[in-house]
Design a protein around this ligand. Sequence first.
Ligand code: OAD
Length: 295
Amino acid sequence: MHHCGTDSPPRKSTMPSPAETLALTPALIARLRACRRAVIFTGAGMSAESGVPTFRDAQTGFWARFKPEDVASPQAFAADPQLVWDWYVHRAEIVRGARPNPGHQAIAALQDRFEALAVITQNVDRLHQQAGSREVLELHGNLFDLKGFEDPDANTPPSMHCALCGGPCAGAGQTITDAAQREFEGLRLAEGAVPACPACGCLLRPAVVWFGEFLDPRVFSRARDLVAQCDLLVCVGASLAVQPAAGLPAAARHHGALVIEINLAPTSLSGQCDAFLQGAAAELLPQLVHLLDSA
Ligand code: OAD
């Protein structure tokens, strides 16, 4: 016999809650809410929805013929400065037309929910800063500054560096005139011949880190300290293919932090972190903010 007339249970909303979307266990959500010091570690997938192509996805057009490794190195610049310059002009033009996506905005919003939050990024596009993130460590530099080119394979390493561009200086320290300073500051990645430093004459290059180059030791040491001190690290859109940056998320885990990964596809971190959230940064990060907002 059926019992008729019993009230059916209240209908669940068709919109899944952030906890359901993110498929995090209640224990993990409780741990997440207790975190105070967060690090958000980001790679090229972070800016994919802003229209900035990632490095390891298929490239289009003329530049599809070149692998990043073949154009992003001091050897490549020494061999063909104009080709490397033009590749970066192409990237800088894409970046100048790009805007932060809801993922960047979610990270900026997360700043108010933790005692401390820092972004450690491999991206050179400044979209985190545009979205309002206050502490952003640029592990691989940026596309907005230039510096003097120093050939690591040159037979005689220079003993002096130009006070204006930081590049090698053949002679004794040159005088930096106001005009040279202004000209240098006005230079940027733009179509045309590779510019030279108005003070010392050496070729200028984008202030990014190339394959085979060291990261700025001050930036990397600050990143390592933040990773050692944080209790939450969220790794977003990074293939973790390039050292030493790739070691930072695992180091946070080693120090006892909760480690969450957001990526379209699994990486070497996915099996070792506390939660791997598969999906797009611009969709999942706003869900994470929503989850932390809903008590
Ligand atoms: P990669 O191009 O290697 O990887 C992009 C990652 O983002 C991959 O794991 C994708 O699955 C993921 N991804 C793509 N779209 C996504 C989305 N919408 N949401 C979430 N994840 C997404 O970029 P990086 O890991 O940043 O170095 O590359 C590291 C370094 O290699 C770069 O900083 C650059 C490059 O050569 C230098 O220039 C020194």
